[in-house]
Design a protein around this ligand. Structure first.
Ligand code: ADP
Ligand code: MG
Length: 240
């Protein structure tokens, strides 16, 4: 469903993505690992045009999203994105956070958006927090709300950029469990994470990036137990 071909991205003269090629199939969970600064976030951000690639193509459901006539908002609607920082609207309640975009962007009726919002809150285990303000919630709860908010736009795929990196250790699993449930439901996902146990468990495929390139991609088992490249071996030896 998502095909990336010969993708390049530079910031001024600094080349951050250097000829990225990859395909993400419907229902697949792809985990991206790699050292800090290797271009993981930039790649995710290119997939929903939060960054404009310098060169190359990104084809989503048969449509090249880099052509001029594309509607960027529609591309973003199809790709739910969850960041390290939860970015909830602080002055809105939980349910208002979740209903905002469906009402404003998708023109859903308020009642329908709220019913959907409550269902999503049940799914992330926070039905009782619907009228709470983000500041009163823990980091793990806020991140689960951020996931529910992204799902409220009924995306075709979800992109996660280190969704647990800003959390205290005891809150990591509650967020990972929500993502695991999405995987079981067949959601197409691209997940940047340093949680290697989680990567092994939910990843259909693992991509190792270094220096703006995909150095190696393989099944989790092959990647973690038999990494082929010296750079992958070196990275894994430091973190496992
Ligand atoms: P990762 O997520 O793997 O840590 P990033 O994609 O965030 O890597 O960053 C890759 C490189 O691109 C880094 O050297 C970073 O400093 C640079 N970079 C990222 N965003 C910008 C930006 N908006 N302007 C300039 N340089 C950037
Ligand atoms: Mg990053």
């Amino acid at each position: 469903m998502i095909t990336v071909k010969h993708l390049y991205k530079s910031f001024n003269s600094h080349e951050v993505l250097n000829n990225i090629n990859c395909t993400i199939h419907d229902g697949e969970v792809v985990v991206i690992i790699g050292p800090s600064g290797s271009g993981k976030s930039t790649l995710l951000r290119c997939l929903n045009l939060l960054e404009t690639p310098t060169q190359g193509s990104i084809i989503i459901d048969g449509q090249d999203i880099m052509t001029r006539k594309i509607n960027i908002d529609q591309v973003r609607e199809k790709m739910g994105m969850v960041f390290q920082q939860f970015n909830l609207f602080p002055h809105k309640t939980v349910i208002q956070n979740i209903c905002h975009a469906p009402i404003r962007v998708r023109k859903m009726k308020k009642y329908d958006a709220e019913q959907q919002g409550l269902e999503l809150l049940r799914k992330v285990g926070l039905r009782d927090k619907k009228d709470a303000y983000p500041i009163t919630l823990s980091g793990g709860q806020q991140q689960r709300i951020a996931i529910a908010r992204a799902l409220a736009m009924q995306p075709n795929a979800m992109l996660f950029d280190e969704p647990t990196s800003a959390l205290d250790p005891e809150m990591v699993s509650e967020v990972l469990n929500v993502i695991k449930d999405l995987a079981k439901e067949g959601m197409t996902m691209v997940i940047v994470t340093h949680e290697m146990g989680f990567a092994k468990e939910v990843g259909d495929r693992v991509i190792f990036m270094d220096g703006g390139q995909i150095v190696e991609e393989n099944t989790p088992d092959a990647m973690f137990n038999h990494p082929q490249h010296a750079r992958t071996q070196n990275f894994l030896s430091k973190i496992l």
